[in-house]
Write a protein that binds this ligand. Structure first.
Ligand SMILES: [Fe+2]
Length: 301
């Protein structure tokens, strides 16, 4: 009985596990322990990989698909971070380092500022394929790593690390974090033949991959930096609004901006609710909001 209830409780990792989740090294890195993955772990990866790979043609941007093809990321095994770094390093200077789960903000930013992408080494349990409380190896590797081969994304994420350290000092982390959320995690972009996803939170999610592009419920709005910096987001459900950039190179433009004056302006302006549209928005799709309304009336959110 005790074993069954323990098994049903979510296993917490990294920061979420409190003191027990803190590794010895100050930078929170650990060995990936690739040799210790079980057959069941690799099988979970394979299930996730195969169903997600089937969904991505026509939905993921071409840079994502290309990155996936050029990296040692396949169906049969959880990727070995050392092999990923061997391909990334000479191309964009990035490496993948293993961490036990979420890490403190300053540790995360330090890694990104030095082109080290911290990836959780654990994999979700097979009975929780679609429920992810913490980013695991599938989210971090399948979702994030392919675009670390893209020079614009590679520079943007490094700049985000540097900017994060500065935003912390200035007391404006929430404003900067929204930029990361609505780009690196949940971003859409425009391609000649339509909208495509590039955000890792979407690319690694079986359900949100379709929702973000095909559902009539969410808004799809042209990305505008200060607008996004003021916009709250959902961490517990699909997004109510997705922001669309022109292409990945647009991210590079944000690396050249001094955010300090933006913090002053956005800090003084009211926060925008996740589903709210403004008269000044470049609306691509005005969502009907039906999904979140139904969730709300069911008491889910
Ligand atoms: Fe992520």
């Amino acid at each position: 009985m005790a074993a069954a209830s323990k098994d049903a409780a979510p296993a917490l990792h990294g920061l979420a596990a409190g003191e027990a989740g803190r590794p010895e090294r100050a930078d929170w890195t650990i060995d990936q322990g690739w040799e210790r993955y079980s057959d069941a772990d690799h099988a979970t990866w394979k299930t996730l990989f195969e169903r997600q790979t089937r969904l991505l043609p026509g939905r993921a941007c071409r840079e994502f698909v290309q990155g996936m093809q050029e990296l040692p990321i396949g169906a049969d095994q959880i990727p070995d971070f050392r092999r990923l770094s061997e391909v990334l390093m000479p191309r964009t200077g990035w490496q993948i380092v293993a961490v036990p789960g979420l890490v403190p903000d300053d540790v995360f930013f330090e890694h990104l500022a030095h082109r080290r992408f911290p990836a959780g080494n654990f994999i979700r349990r097979p009975q929780e394929l679609d429920y992810l409380q913490e980013p695991d190896v599938f989210h971090d590797v399948f979702g994030h790593v392919p675009l670390l081969l893209n020079p614009a994304m590679a520079d943007f994420i490094q700049a985000y690390g540097e900017g994060g350290l500065r935003a912390q000092r200035l007391g404006h982390l929430s404003h900067l974090a929204r930029v990361y959320w609505y780009t690196v995690e949940f971003g859409l972009l425009r391609q000649d033949d339509g909208l495509r996803l590039y955000g890792a939170g979407i690319a690694s999610s079986f359900t949100e991959t379709r929702f973000c592009l095909e559902s009539p419920s969410p808004n799809r709005v042209r990305f505008e930096l200060e607008r996004v910096m003021r916009t709250d987001y959902r961490i517990d459900d699909f997004q109510e609004t997705y922001f669309v950039i022109r292409d990945l190179d647009e991210l590079l433009e944000f690396t050249r901006i001094d955010f300090a004056p933006l913090y002053d302006r956005t800090g003084a302006a009211p926060v925008i609710a996740p589903g709210e549209l403004l008269a000044s928005d470049g609306v691509i799709d005005r969502g009907d909001g039906a999904y979140h309304r139904a969730r709300q009336s069911a008491g889910v959110v």
